[in-house]
Design a binder for this molecule. Structure first.
Ligand SMILES: *Cc1c(COP(=O)(O)O)cnc(C)c1O
Length: 384
């Protein structure tokens, strides 16, 4: 049996593809010693806006800032509430709190683990100023439903698209019909920089301009400061990396889709509950998240770990079960999100994941669950 380890994520294979281009780009930047702004940042912004189908892209320091600055550009601050899904990375809630507003949680959909539109609408109060759906794991939330809710209540929509670069829904990219979309180029994201980076995309000229102003010390031109700003610019060296990787991103996402299809075949007859792609979505598979009965999860993770297979949990607790956000809900208040958090396991997923590695993952899933059944806790149920 082939026992080569299977890493959860392999950034080195992607780096190998762009290494020469990145080295040449770095040399160009080092020659000019222009490390902030410049033609590479401007070009990346144009290229990422075009790839997303939006009029504007503003390169920023990271994805959390992208959410915060977009909210601020939308005029959101103290006294406002912003509704987000209970199942997301903590940064979605942090950015709202940092803008001075209050995050309000909504329950998720059992099948997709994305925000449930009815729950989102039910969470709206007279103080609600915006909705922030999160395109978790690489597929878009049901934007046409969410935008209908937003229109009914006169609310802005900011998409957290940190995990969904180049994902589409009914052929439309991130930010379509919304005020803006925020994304992250953290190294492990589908489009990953070599350090922290992020961006906001928008069609509206004024929104994009305001985000740019906020990110650059509130400065429309040198030493003119018209509003209290931040320093959240995209580094030039990161723009070089992102340009090289963006050229390959569609192909890499295609490889992730092929890997997801293979997993679906390999794991179909196991007790795992496999991820569901919502109708109309082109998924980019940032993460491949399966679910398993809570009493079986540790058995599965231990078995995979022993077989040298990397796993993750995204995320072990919904937002209100983290100490800084304990005021946003009580344990038991979001039962679907809370149960999902106890059942989910992320399997290896990256563009370099080959069929042989996936065979090993599938074999290890089977053997760990078989062993788990024989030696595991009494009364453990199978069949998911
Ligand atoms: C990564 C991520 C962020 C934050 O991005 P950073 O660049 O790490 O600040 C926000 N939301 C989601 C859903 C993410 O996955």
């Amino acid at each position: 049996m082939n026992t080569t380890p299977v890493s959860f994520l392999d950034l080195s294979a992607m780096h190998a593809e762009v290494a020469d281009e990145v080295a040449a780009g770095f040399a160009r930047v080092l020659d000019t010693c222009a490390f902030v702004g410049g033609p590479d940042v401007a070009a990346f912004e144009r290229e990422f806006a075009a790839a997303s189908g939006r009029a504007h892209c503003v390169g920023l320091a990271n994805g959390t800032d992208a959410i915060e600055l977009a909210l601020r550009a939308m005029g959101i601050g103290p006294g406002d509430e912003v509704v987000i899904p209970a199942n997301t990375f903590i940064a979605t809630a942090e950015a709202i709190a940092r803008a001075g507003a209050r995050p309000v949680l909504a329950e998720i959909d059992e099948k997709t683990m994305l925000v449930d539109t009815a729950a989102l609408e039910a969470a709206i109060t007279p103080r609600t100023a915006a909705l922030v759906p999160v395109h978790l794991y690489g597929q878009l939330a049901p934007m046409e439903e969410i935008q209908a809710v937003a229109r009914r209540h006169g609310l802005g929509v900011l998409e957290d698209a940190a995990q969904a670069q180049l994902a589409t829904r009914h052929g439309q990219g991130i930010g379509t019909g919304s005020t803006a979309a925020a994304t992250s180029f953290y190294p492990g994201k589908n489009l990953g920089a070599y350090g922290d980076a992020g961006a906001a995309v928008a069609d509206d000229d004024a929104v994009a301009e305001q985000i740019r102003l906020l990110a650059n010390h509130g400065s429309p031109s040198k030493y003119v400061h018209t509003t209290l700003g931040f320093n959240s610019r995209l580094d030039t060296l990161q723009a070089v990396v992102l340009r090289a990787k963006l050229r390959r991103l569609e192909g890499w996402n295609e490889l992730r889709r092929a890997a997801a299809d293979r997993y679906a075949g390999l794991l179909a007859d196991t007790e795992l509950v496999l991820p569901v792609v919502a109708e109309g979505n082109l998924h980019v598979w940032h993460l491949y998240v399966v679910r398993v009965e809570v009493a079986r999860r540790q058995v599965l993770i231990d078995g995979l770990t022993q077989a040298g297979i990397g796993t993750g949990i995204h995320y072990p607790a919904p937002v209100h079960l983290h100490q800084p956000f304990a005021a946003l809900g009580t344990p038991g208040q979001f039962p679907i999100a809370e149960r999902a958090a106890t059942e989910m396991v992320s399997l290896p997923m990256h563009p370099g994941l080959d069929a042989a590695s996936q065979d090993r993952v599938a074999a290890a899933v089977r053997s760990s669950l078989a062993t788990g059944g024989a030696t595991g806790a009494a009364g453990v149920v199978s069949a998911g």
